[in-house]
Design a protein around this ligand. Structure first.
Ligand code: 2RA
Length: 330
């Protein structure tokens, strides 16, 4: 497979290169791509250096698949150009996610719907991916009525500049440009992405709308509060789930322990629960603090953690590519 990574010099782009190498994706030719100011830079893949090329040159090289992580503007403009040239695009931005003509894919849930017609495939938002991977098997069994989620999101979700801001503040440096409107170190910002007219942020509405689309069920009610915290290892989520049907706690454990890509870390007596510091660099979604909501029937509480650059972005995108390759859809 000829694989282009668009946005190869960014945080997610770098992670995509690592994940492609680790999972031994059958790359016959790697094409790192970025905007003009990064053309000519070097990136490493499997111990070799590769030179970053422009969008135009990448299209001429005719990759089978292009994994985009270069922001919504680039994806809006260039994904159709790549697709038109016969290149399948897996897009990590929010540009195409809610387009009714595009599929929003978490492989464990809905990759089976993909066909050769799907030339632009959307990769969901990081905080949504890690939540739906856990919700979906429970929805199948007990039918979810409503989800209330509060997130604790890593600065890596914003990108390199945000990581720089955090460490500059920590080290007392003022030599970086701030990307957050307030201090992030020793602080918590109840604000991710822009505010919308309804008082929610765009990140919150992504969790609401993308969940319904991926799980193919508009009846699931979701409300979210998304929060940025000064950590780098991954996103954490406190999730409250109300079901239509009664559940058995042991059965919930059994269902989740059988779910591919989900690891239960739930042993409070031994102080074991998911934490971003442990999820960092891992492909799985970790779930713990699984317990009944004692304030109302048929309701469950849990704590979900995953590396947002991995399952929340790079790993999910590479898994989509793996699925397409395996099914002969590339
Ligand atoms: C964040 N959801 O953490 C984002 C990144 N896609 O800001």
């Amino acid at each position: 497979m000829k694989v282009a990574v668009v946005g190869a010099t960014g945080l997610v782009g770098g992670e995509i290169l690592k994940v492609l190498a680790e999972r031994n994706f059958p790359v016959t030719e790697l094409i790192p791509v970025a905007s003009e100011r990064s053309v000519g830079k070097q990136v490493e893949f499997k111990g070799k250096q590769y030179t970053v090329v422009s969008f135009e040159d990448a299209i001429k090289l005719k990759p089978n698949v292009a994994i985009f992580s270069a922001g919504g503007g680039t994806s809006t403009k260039l994904a159709p150009v790549f697709a038109e040239a016969g290149i399948t695009v897996i897009d990590n931005s929010s540009a195409w996610r809610m387009d009714p003509t595009k599929k929003l894919v978490v492989p464990e849930i809905n990759a089976y719907t993909l066909t050769t017609e799907d030339k632009i495939i959307a990769n969901p938002n990081c905080s949504t991916i890690q939540m739906v991977v856990v919700l979906n098997p429970l929805h199948k069994k007990y039918k979810i009525k409503r989800v209330v989620v509060s997130t604790y999101q890593s600065v890596t979700g914003t990108g390199k500049a945000a990581v720089d801001q955090l460490f500059a503040e920590r080290e007392g440096r003022t030599d970086v440009e701030n990307v957050y409107p307030h201090k992030i170190d020793l602080n918590v910002l109840p604000h991710i992405d822009v505010f919308l007219d309804n008082g929610y942020t765009k990140e919150e509405m992504k969790m609401v709308n993308e969940t319904k689309k991926i799980m193919m069920d508009d009846s699931i009610a979701v409300t979210a509060t998304t929060v940025r915290i000064p950590t780098i290892g991954g996103h954490s989520e406190a999730v409250n789930i109300e079901f239509e049907n009664e559940f058995d706690l042991q059965e919930v454990y059994d269902i989740l322990s059988q779910e591919e890509g989900v690891i239960i870390q739930d042993d409070p007596k031994n102080l074991i629960y998911p934490m971003p510091i442990n999820a960092h660099g891992k492909d799985e979604v970790f779930v713990g603090r699984i317990r009944r909501d004692e304030s109302q029937p048929k309701t469950l509480n849990m704590w979900i953690v995953a590396d947002n650059l991995r399952k929340g972005a790079a790993t999910n995108a590479v898994q989509i590519a793996e699925f397409l390759a395996k099914k002969g859809l590339l």
